[in-house]
Structure formats: C-alpha cells, structure tokens
Design a protein around this ligand. Structure first.
Ligand SMILES: [Zn+2]
Length: 533
C-alpha cells in the first residue's frame, strides 16, 4: 500500500513518557505507527524532527465574530491564528454573529458563510437565550442538538445585543430543555444583579482606573453564579459546564460538585492562569478588559491546582477580538464603556507548554488531556478528534519544547491589534500544525495567504457565497447584509484594504482558505469525574 503521508521522527506521548515513532496517514486518518519506515511508500513526508507531537489541540471556546462583525475578525484570520497556535479544531460560540446561531437554519447559514474561509476544522456551539424561553422557541434546542451542535451557551450577564441574557428562572428553563439532549450547557457565570449594582456604584464614585472593572465584577459574583448553576444542575440533571472560569473558589465549588457525583465540569483560560488584574489592568486598561475579569495571583495558583486535581477539566481561550479604534480606545471611551474581550487562540498551547509543562506545574499526560483529549470527549468529538488512535483524524500539534520566544503583536494572525500577553517570554513553540494529515502551518516566513489576489479576497472575505441570499432569504429579510451596528460604525468598514493587507501578512500558512471542515458532534460522552485531593 502507498500511504498518503508519513510523519517521520514524531516524539509521541505514552503516558508521561515519550517514544519516537513514524506515523502513517491514509485518507486523512491515522493508519499506523512504525519504528522503521524503510521500504514503506508514501506520497509525502513531513519531518517532526524528534519534536513533541501531541494529538491535535482543541480550542473549544472561540468567538471568531463572523458573520456580522468582520471588522473584528473573520474565520480566515481567526483560523489562521488557530493554525499558528497549534490548534487543529476550534469550537465556535453561537453569540457573536448576526444573527446569532440559535436555530438549525442560523447554524447552517453560519457554516455556509465560514466554510470558504476556514483553515482548520471547526465544530459549533448551539445557542439558547432568554428570548428563546420567552418566545417559546425552546424546540430549537433539540433541533440544534440533532443537527450536530456540541453544547449550548447561556449568558447570565448581557453581552452581545443579538444574544439576550437569561434571568435566573429563564436559565432554569434552559437547563431543563438542554438536559433532555444529554449535551453540556455552558454558562457565563457572573451574577447579573451583583455586577450591575457594583459597576454603577463604582461609576458614581468616580472610579475610572483599569482595576476598577475587576473590583466591581468581583469574585463573589462568579461564586454565587456557579453555586446557582450547580443547584440548577442538581435539580434538572443537566450537564453544567462553567466556561472561562476565572476564580480559585470556582474550581473549589466545581470540585465539590464532582465529588458529590454531579456532572459539573469547567474550563479556564491561559490568561486566568498567568495574569492578575492589579498589574495587567493598570498597565493595559481597556486592552486587558474582559468578562469575567482577570483576578489575583492566588487565583492563578488555585486554577493550576484545579487542573491537577481534576476540578478544572480543560483549557480554552474565549478568543474575542475587538477593534481598537472603535471599540477599545475610541475618543470618549473609558474602562466602563470599552468592549470586553481579548484574543487567545494563537497563544494558548505555547503558554500551557511553557508555564505549565516546562515549569513542572503539570505532567505530560495532564497536558495532553487539557489541551486535546478532554475537550474532544466532553463535546462528543472523540476519538475522531483528541486521540492518537488508528482511525482518528491525523491531527497533530508539533512543539519545539526548547525554543525560546516572546509574544509579539506584529506576528499575530488575529486581526486583534492588542493583547495583554504581549511581551510574555515563553519556552516552547509550535513549529508545525497538521490537520487530517496536511501541513497547515509551519513556523516559516512563507505563506499561501501572501499570494491571494484581490479577486480571491473579495470572493472569500468580503462577499457571501453565491446564492446564499436566496437560500436564506427569510434571515436576510430580518437582518439585511448580516451586518452589526458595530461594524457600521467601525474603522475597518471605511478601510477594508487593511483587512486584505493583514491577511497577506500572515506567516507560515500552508493550505488555502476553505481547507477547514465542519465537524459534527459524533456522540454523547461524559468525562469521568476524577478528583484527587
Ligand atoms: Zn466567550
């Protein structure tokens, strides 16, 4: 047999040890592992050079802002950032598009629009909001689940205008509807009344400094929100998932709930493990503004501990870029009115490698679990994704564990022009990203994106695929052009050439836009509850 690809000299994890092997790929799937490939034929050889080769890493919490907010990001730039960061599959959130994705029709539209842009594989979160409860649209939950959405997101606090928050009783109704699907319900866990009251109080008191944002949206607001979520999960049997958990106390609560036998899980983000609000919000102000906010050094340490004891299940990024000119540093904007969000998909893997594994905070097997396997299982993508088994998709993240480098804005593929992680010195870098046996990213200057013509960029980035307006005429009637108000007022709307320039400047991409494929949820899987105190 002639194989499609041999990935040579791959150092793959075996528990907490590694072995060097050669990985055979046929039809985009792993076809075998061989110590010696003399006499084995393949159409292509990719050399891993003895570097650590992980099952493709997954970022299960991205906001790629397409369609509707193309001044912030699109699926091409977002997935290019993912590829550069060693992420082979993203799971995109339902809220940051126009319209938001809360029905099968809206999900299908979103997939059709992002398909020509995607560079890595992608699955989709489903949506459920307060409006869906009030309007009697909860039948959409099961339909989205049957279609292949992996989970459902609810917001306890207001975020995107097209994605209304849930009141507490509405959240209870949403839990009941999602419980019937067997899929996780991810909550943005901040108590609305607490956040609203203290933000207004701090504003009255004249606080305009960066740290005020974090102090107003205090730890207690997340704590009581998680407690309410756990109570609802206990009552309804829903699989509660705490997205972007920021506090150490949150990890403690999730751990206790698991120990009681509840299906409660959580993720945290690299920034909650490495940054604290006192330093970052003083230095960066609105550019470090996120919700939930950055916390304290004690939370960094408690969240690492949570990863180790099993109360935090995996890492995701909450990648949410905004446009500096119109949404972060617009004239007259302040810490209260700037939009909350930072990027992350490009730096997640290297930060966990550098600050976690290379500094001895987590073991190799733990790193594989929290960057790849656990998210794949939790969202029903395993073992197609998140596994190095024969028959699994041939997705790999290849890491040079020794390489030292510094996070530099000018190399970022995301259109987000800021990050509070800038200047962070790391040991460990993604050198190659492989999706379904194809080299998608290599840490070199050259890129397929550099040569995209104006016409191609028009077709892929600035226009919708042919016939889409007719096929989704009902949606277009309600949301003409699918543009957000924020886009209409943005800087890049007036300067679309900046988007093209940015795309052509992205380095190291080896495939063409449209390579990435939509991945449906394969099955329903529940992560084992392993708590080790
Ligand atoms: Zn988010």
């Amino acid at each position: 047999m002639v194989y499609d690809v041999i990935i040579k000299n791959a150092r793959i994890p075996q528990g907490d040890d590694t072995v060097i092997t050669n990985i055979l790929v046929k039809d985009e799937k792993i076809a075998g592992f061989l110590d010696n490939v003399v006499g084995i034929e393949a159409k292509e050889v990719i050399d891993a050079n003895g570097h650590l080769t992980l099952p493709g890493c997954i970022d299960s919490h991205t906001h790629f802002m397409y369609q509707g907010f193309p001044h912030r990001e699109n699926f091409l730039t977002g997935s290019a950032a993912a590829a550069r960061g060693g992420i082979t599959t993203v799971i995109d959130m339902p809220c940051c598009s126009v319209p938001s994705a809360r029905s099968v029709e809206q999900l299908k539209l979103k997939i059709e629009l992002v398909e020509p842009q995607a560079l890595v594989d992608y699955a989709m979160w489903g949506g459920v909001t307060g409006e869906d409860v009030r309007e009697g649209w909860l039948h959409n939950v099961k339909e989205q689940a049957d279609f292949g959405a992996v989970a459902f997101k609810v917001y306890m606090t207001p975020s995107v205008p097209t994605y209304p928050r849930v009141s507490d009783p509405e959240m209870y109704e949403a839990f009941k509807a999602v419980a019937e699907t067997g899929l996780p319900i991810g909550i943005h866990a901040e108590n609305f009344a607490m956040c609203d009251y203290f933000v207004k109080k701090f504003q009255r008191e004249g606080r305009m400094d960066g740290p005020a944002w974090a102090e107003a949206r205090m730890e207690l607001a997340e704590k009581v929100a998680i407690q309410l979520g756990i109570s609802f999960a206990e009552d309804t049997g829903a699989r509660l998932h705490i997205v972007h958990m920021s506090t150490g106390i949150g990890a403690k609560l999730v751990g206790e709930a698991k120990a009681r036998g509840l299906n409660v899980t959580s993720e945290t983000c690299p920034h909650y493990l490495t940054l604290n609000y006192q330093e970052a919000m003083t230095k960066y102000g609105p550019l470090a503004k996120i919700a939930p906010p950055l916390r304290e050094k004690k939370d960094n340490e408690m969240l690492w501990e949570g990863l180790n004891n099993g109360s935090v299940d995996f890492i995701a990024t909450d990648h949410a870029p905004y446009e500096i000119e119109s949404e972060k540093h617009k004239k007259g904007m302040n810490i209260w009115t700037a939009f909350p969000g930072i990027p992350g998909v490009e730096t997640m893997v290297p930060i966990i490698v550098s600050e976690g594994y290379n500094k001895g905070r987590i073991s190799l097997s733990k790193m594989v679990d929290i960057l790849s396997t656990n998210a794949a299982k939790h969202y029903g993508l395993y073992p197609k994704k998140g596994a190095m088994h024969i028959g699994s998709d041939a997705d790999f993240t290849i890491i040079d564990l020794e390489k030292r480098w510094t996070i530099d804005l000018k190399d970022q593929a995301s259109m987000c022009g800021y990050t509070p992680l800038e200047g962070m010195e790391l040991k460990g870098k993604v050198v190659k990203t492989i999706v379904r046996g194809h080299l998608v990213f290599e840490d070199v200057e050259g890129s397929t994106l550099k040569d995209l013509s104006d016409e191609e960029l028009q077709r892929i980035v600035h226009k919708y695929p042919e016939g889409v307006e007719e096929r989704y005429s009902e949606i277009f009637k309600e949301f003409p052009n699918l543009h957000s108000q924020e886009y209409e007022k943005s800087y890049r709307k007036e300067h679309p050439e900046l988007i093209d320039q940015h795309i052509r400047g992205i380095k190291g991409i080896k495939v063409r836009p449209g390579f990435g494929k939509f991945v449906k949820r394969q099955s329903i899987q529940v992560l084992p509850r392993t708590i080790t105190y």
